[in-house]
Design a protein around this ligand. Structure first.
Ligand code: SF4
Length: 302
């Protein structure tokens, strides 16, 4: 709610407030076209038309929540920037409104970085429309609007997203197309939740490999399923990608323990040597530690 009220404040006065943040003190007139249409395809087409009309009009236009399409791995993905401003000279600028504050002129660098990556994707999507719009030019700097200090007063800064744009462009170019992934699936596998029974869906999910890591828990609905499979296999990925990276060729918890005990593993392998050293230190520490008795007055949480 706070974010919504802040966004409404930024876009107040028919878009003039936002243009003031862009450095235009008294815009003669700001056009705010209606972008509503049926379905995402309709909204994308309506946005493209509004951008074309605004580019030829020679005035200021504010597109409030336009809808853009970008092809990701061969499939369209719909993106909705907070706003896009069209300048009288045909320049298009992405506006990203965030509710994290700018304190004493600077904001949390991680949050600004995430906002810049997000805006860079919008820039890429806008470039597709600009490529077929005469006189259009997409700015590679975006306007980031945040609350100032601890107030609800908006303040804006221009963020250069050229680097994020090229990184995202390269990543998108390297993505395997969805139809190629689908072609590699075992015969008869389907993830159609409307048509298939829970048993068939479970069998389909079981039949494809996974790449579980704890990061999946924050991002994927299949995380508990993949974690259970990963634990069953004793995979070290359940402990995190960094642990996996440090363990080299030791891919299961069993192999790690065997290497630490000296039952397996090449002693010249730095990971094996580090594990044996760690085990020796642990045993040394346990041998010299005073015996401890469990406290009965404290309820054990596990
Ligand atoms: S939890 Fe999701 S992202 Fe992670 S391995 Fe499973 S399917 Fe892939």
């Amino acid at each position: 709610m706070r974010g919504n009220s802040f966004e409404a404040k930024v876009k107040a006065d028919g878009g003039r407030e936002l243009l003031r943040l862009l450095g235009v003190e008294e815009p003669a007139g700001v056009s705010v076209p209606d972008l509503s249409a049926a379905g995402p395809e309709g909204r994308v087409a309506r946005t493209a038309l509004a951008l074309r009309e605004a580019t030829g009009a020679g005035g200021w236009t504010l597109l409030d929540h336009p809808l853009l399409a970008l092809e990701v791995a061969g499939s369209p993905v719909y993106l909705e920037p907070d706003a896009v401003v069209v300048r009288p000279d045909g320049g298009w600028t992405v506006v990203e409104i965030k509710s994290f504050p700018t304190i004493d002129g600077s904001a949390d660098a991680a949050k600004v970085g995430a906002a810049a990556r997000q805006a860079a994707v919008y820039v890429l999507a806008l470039e597709r429309v600009a490529a077929v719009t005469e006189g259009a030019r997409v700015a590679h700097s975006v306007l980031l609007v945040c609350p100032k200090d601890f107030s609800n007063v908006p303040t804006a800064s221009v963020v250069d997203v050229r680097k994020q744009r090229s990184v995202t462009r390269r990543q998108l170019d390297r993505l395997t197309r969805i139809d190629e992934i689908a072609a590699a699936l075992p015969e008869g596998v389907s993830f159609d939740v409307a048509e298939r029974s829970p048993e068939e869906l479970t069998a389909s999910v079981e039949s494809v490999p996974h790449q579980y890591a704890p990061e999946c828990l924050a991002a994927c609905e299949l995380a508990f399923h993949c974690r259970a499979r990963s634990r069953e296999a004793g995979a070290v990925e359940t402990l995190g990608r960094s642990v996996r990276g440090e363990l080299g060729g030791l891919t299961t918890v069993g192999a790690v323990l065997a290497a630490a005990r000296g039952e397996a593993g090449d002693p010249d392998d730095p990971a094996v040597a580090a594990l044996r050293r760690a085990r020796a230190l642990r045993e040394e520490a346990l041998a010299s530690a005073p015996a401890r008795t469990p406290r009965e007055d404290v309820e054990c949480p596990c």
